[in-house]
Design a protein around this ligand. Sequence first.
Ligand code: MG
Length: 265
Amino acid sequence: MKYCRFQTPSGPQYGEVVDRAGALWIERLLPPFEEDPWTHLGTGAFEAVPFLNAKLLAPVVPRKIVCIGRNYREHAAELGNEIPKEPLVFLKAPSSVIAPGEAIRIPPQSQRVDFEGELAVVIGKRATKIGPDENVRPYIRGYTIVNDVTARDLQKPDGQWWRAKGFDTFCPMGPLVTDEVDPGTGLALETRLNGELKQHGVTSDFIFDIATLLRHITAAMTLLPGDVIPTGTPSGVAPMQPGDRVEVSVEGIGVLSNPVDGYGK
Ligand code: MG
């Protein structure tokens, strides 16, 4: 199933997204997920809405965002880093999440803010210490797209990445969540800046696959429904400027498109 979260006159709602003759529609309302007390199930008749016309919100309200760094060989190389021997994991602030179409804002503290297009896992079921032979699939609600926006010039000086990865607006997410894709089969991931192709990767090129990542994370930290795990970015990261538009696409999920802006004068 595919689902999205969108704004309606009575507040945010979840909706099932279906393909009708090649066009996506929000067909019916869904009950809210346990991690999201701010969204309610609408009452009364619901008339289907074309997905393209909906005012989309981020499809998940995560309690935490656990990111993977350097999970594609070429991206590790382009930043001059070694291929990691175990997953590189860091946290990104849930307050940095923005909707499809919402502006990424370049903060005055940084002179270099990069896009990082990523496939993201959405957790569906509480997961603690997943066993070595245990199937991870029952813990996964589905997959979405995240732009792991990064203030590159603050990563080293700050040491901790609280600002580099955590500025407000640094986590565009969406446009929907789907369980109808299998990243292990190799989904194409592309990032375009003002229409120009900048990143091209395939999700079967991960250094650490999703099962390995979930075992590694849950050995230390319980994952809760709605937690989001961006799985790392391929090579081709580059800076953005106010006035740009950045689009991340993943085969079978869709396109996450956001404009870039400053904070005004
Ligand atoms: Mg990243």
